[in-house]
Write a protein that binds this ligand. Sequence first.
Ligand code: NAG
Ligand code: NAG
Ligand code: NAG
Ligand code: NAG
Ligand code: NAG
Length: 563
Amino acid sequence: MTVLNLALGPLRRRNGFLILAFVVFVPFCFFVVFSVPDVSSEQLLGQRLAELQVKLQYLDSMYRMRQEDLQQLTQHIDQISVPGENATGNGNAYGLPVQELRPEVKQLIKNMSGMHAATGLNPPIMLRLPSAYHFLPHLLDDPSSLRLAYLMSKNRNGVSVVMGVPTVRREKQSYLMDTLQNLVDGMTPEEANDSLIVVFVAETEVEYVLQVAKEIEMRFPQQVDAGLLEVVSPSPAYYPNLDKLRITLGDSPERVRWRSKQNLDFAFLMSYCQPKGTFYVQLEDDILAKPSYISEMKKFALEKIATKESWFVLDFCQLGFIGKLFKSAELPWLVNFFQMFYNDKPVDWLLDHLISTKACNWDKGNDYCKRDKAKVWLHYKPSLFQHIGTHSSLKGKVQKLKDKQFGKVALFFPHSNPEAEVVSGIKHYKQYTLERAYLGETFFWGLLPQPGDQLTFKFTNPITVKRFHFKSGNAEHPSDKFYNATVEVLPIDTTLYNSNGNSLNFTTDGYIVVGKFDGAGVASGVPDDTIGKVHSLRLHVHSESDNWAILSEIHIQDELARR
Ligand SMILES: *[C@@H]1O[C@H](CO)[C@@H](O)[C@H](O)[C@H]1NC(C)=O
Ligand SMILES: *[C@@H]1O[C@H](CO)[C@@H](O)[C@H](O)[C@H]1NC(C)=O
Ligand SMILES: *[C@@H]1O[C@H](CO)[C@@H](O)[C@H](O)[C@H]1NC(C)=O
Ligand SMILES: *[C@@H]1O[C@H](CO)[C@@H](O)[C@H](O)[C@H]1NC(C)=O
Ligand SMILES: *[C@@H]1O[C@H](CO)[C@@H](O)[C@H](O)[C@H]1NC(C)=O
């Protein structure tokens, strides 16, 4: 059973923790003192020190969570134990054992004897701090409200970077798989070992959650198995009745519902992710990441810690709440803030308000406030994340916001191909012709493929296809893929067609099927070597598509050395 820890209370006792700090830092300081540093190793040490510092802060927050459990337990025991056993009459009217009083205080109380005022010391009343339940009372209506409804996890924790990817059911195209592919592709094996991607399916329909998890495991079996990718989903009782929210900011009920739920979703995701790693990065399910995003984020964070800047957010994207990095130890600030105001403001405004509250001196006015905010909200340029897609999950709201700081991304990858005449049965868009794509000058962009459409490459001289690789879709238009299409070759040896006993798949017009486009929009393979030389190779569309189709990579190899 996994239950979320939604609120953290501060506590002062941390002796055990200091011992831990001592054990970590003392050997480290010896190392610093006795090594003879040159400039670069000094920098390296600075980074290493920063890394240890922030890790320590994270461990400290974990330790405080345990302390909180302990304190709650102690209070519980205090309440259960029977009072009145040891009433010594030393000024306590409640019959509970109290601390030994100083002589001055005893004297004072003696002189007050008979007065009500003398009996007020150490009452058995404990102050109750408001908890998450005060702001989300519906959580008390169902004991399972904080229990997870779904979890696919290998329980990986203690990593450097945890990424939270909330996803909801989309009316139009979902970019979740493309987003995850991009995130996974952008990591080195070391980084993949030291990161965690948590996909939060913010839907309560079990079938849908299972479907998403299944799709993720089928697409990323290794990453799921290694524990890099997790899927989590909340109990329906986690949400209040979203039809009964207060209408705020003069928004439509639909918009209020959408943004209120998003606040609760972020609070859930952050609470779940908080104990799992040192840094937390908020992402979305329709984004594109620069290839080395993890190392760049980590480097920037450690630099800022090493130079002792007291930042709260590192911002790696100019848009909304995408690419915002926090120290996990500080996430409770956000979680509690979102819980308090979830029905009042959109989540990105709340972040802004929280930072203003922390940083601004209102005596000094707005200009100073901007400057003070900029000290704790540091922007990294150029941006590491960009939106893909044009449809926001809010019905009908077209999301065209793009981050201008992101810069250009490669939209195609050129390869050199054997000389061929190129025939496209799919009408191209603008200058994105198949001829130019085949020559590696651009990508091919075709309008709405129909069943039976073909893209044919007729080789000037027949070749033996040793290997082929076609990638459809590109970074900006990941859904413009070939969905149900095959790769086929026309052999020069026509006797193949009539010889039984071979396992080749022929089409009615004499082509051999050698491959097909997979769910990721890629067709890659090595044709059977009994096929021999071929006149041509074609891509053959079998289903109607709602999307246009892009070919961002075309690679036909007639000898394996050709690149
Ligand atoms: C009451 O408390 C005092 C001081 O802590 C102790 O010496 C004494 O034995 C206790 N008496 C009883 C009945 O528990
Ligand atoms: C006791 O209280 C009375 C009345 O307030 C005061 O006059 C007197 O000085 C006090 N005696 C001592 C020892 O504090
Ligand atoms: C990943 O982590 C495991 C266990 O911590 C370690 O044995 C392995 O060498 C790491 N792999 C890489 C590529 O860092
Ligand atoms: C050829 O057809 C068989 C049976 O339909 C199928 O299992 C196999 O995957 C096909 N091969 C190719 C390359 O499409
Ligand atoms: C692909 O198209 C063929 C022919 O129209 C159809 O029978 C098949 O079900 C389609 N496959 C998929 C996965 O859509």
